[in-house]
Design a protein around this ligand. Structure first.
Ligand SMILES: Nc1ncnc2c1ncn2[C@@H]1O[C@H](COP(=O)(O)OP(=O)(O)OP(=O)(O)O)[C@@H](O)[C@H]1O
Length: 299
């Protein structure tokens, strides 16, 4: 049940929003789809789901094209949230669950279980318009997963949620993966992507500029971070060749260095200067990689 995009292109007039995108998304895994605003993520999701025709190329899931409107195996959390404000959560989910092929008698217990899990059991008889934005999002998430889809597309599922709710949603996504759902999601929250997915792609102007396994992406990026906390001024470290950048932190600095060997030079430069409380080499964060790669989009 692999999701495959082959040379997928979407043009709006002369503007190319997605440009010959080819991707194979591993089954029963969580795949992160990243990119700057306007990079083409939502457009790609709409083409995957058959909600928008590709100008060129094809998308297949398990060898067939996807027709979201007629498939009970797919779940979708759209970027533009689409609940009916005047309907109560119970009525809404019964309606949406039935659209996804569920029997009414199965919908309410499944809904109650999800509301319990999201710590909002009392919302079942509230109108959607009475709920906060974050809580509406939980309901929208439930509507995307209540029918236990095999493929789940989540367009920015964590935006607008407080940290406790992000954790709750993260755990729900992980559990769905464990239960065998293949999940593709977009997010601008790099730490969440780092926690959640093994494979990812960063888009820029409709093309993937980084694609693969997170661990390999980090390794091939080459540059490392070096965190130093010391009781003396560290500004002079910028002059060491191989130090790419320096950012002050409340207790010292974070250096970006070209490779891990440079850390030896840095260490030699500070060891006699005074008291060093922290000297720690770390892999680059996904945020570092994103800023460097996708940042070029703004130049
Ligand atoms: N229906 C449309 N008509 C014309 N242009 C469109 C249409 N839909 C999207 N675009 C353009 O295509 C590009 C990609 O948009 P898309 O919404 O896919 O980006 P995105 O990566 O999801 O962005 P964001 O992170 O801001 O949600 C943008 O420049 C957008 O303005």
């Amino acid at each position: 049940m692999t999701l495959k995009l082959e040379q997928v292109t979407k043009k709006f007039g002369d503007f190319t929003a997605v440009d010959q995108l080819s991707l194979e998304i591993p089954e029963k895994q969580i795949f992160g789809f990243l990119g700057a605003n306007g990079a083409g993520k939502t457009t790609t999701f709409r083409m995957i789901l058959g909600l928008m025709d590709a100008t060129q190329g094809k998308v297949t899931w398990n060898g067939n094209s996807i027709d979201y409107g007629n498939s009970n195996d797919i779940g979708y959390l759209p970027e533009e949230r689409g609940l009916y404000p005047k309907l109560k959560v119970r009525e809404q989910l019964i309606y949406l669950g039935r659209l996804r092929g569920m029997h009414k008698k199965d919908i309410v217990p499944a809904l109650e279980e999800w509301l319990e899990r999201f710590k909002v059991p009392d919302y079942i008889d509230k109108k959607v318009e009475e709920l906060s934005k974050g809580n509406q999002q939980k309901i929208q998430f439930i509507s995307a997963v209540i029918h236990k889809p095999k493929l789940l597309i989540l367009d920015e599922p964590f935006s607008g949620l407080d940290p406790v709710n992000v954790e709750m949603m993260l755990k729900a996504v992980e559990d769905l993966k464990e239960a065998g759902t293949s999940i593709v999601f977009s997010s601008h929250q790099m730490e969440v992507v780092e926690d959640l997915c093994e494979h990812l792609c960063i888009m820029q102007h409709g093309k993937p500029i980084v694609h693969g396994k997170l661990t390999e992406i980090k390794r091939s990026f080459g540059k490392k971070n070096l965190f130093i906390h010391a009781d003396f001024d560290l500004d002079f470290l910028t002059d060491i060749s191989g130090v790419v950048s320096q950012k002050k932190t409340p207790e010292g600095c974070k250096l970006q260095i070209e490779n891990e060997e440079i850390s030896q030079k840095v260490f030699a430069a500070i060891q006699d200067k005074g008291f060093v409380r922290r000297f720690e080499l770390e892999e680059p964060s996904l945020n570092d990689i994103f800023i460097e790669k996708a940042g070029e989009a703004y130049e």
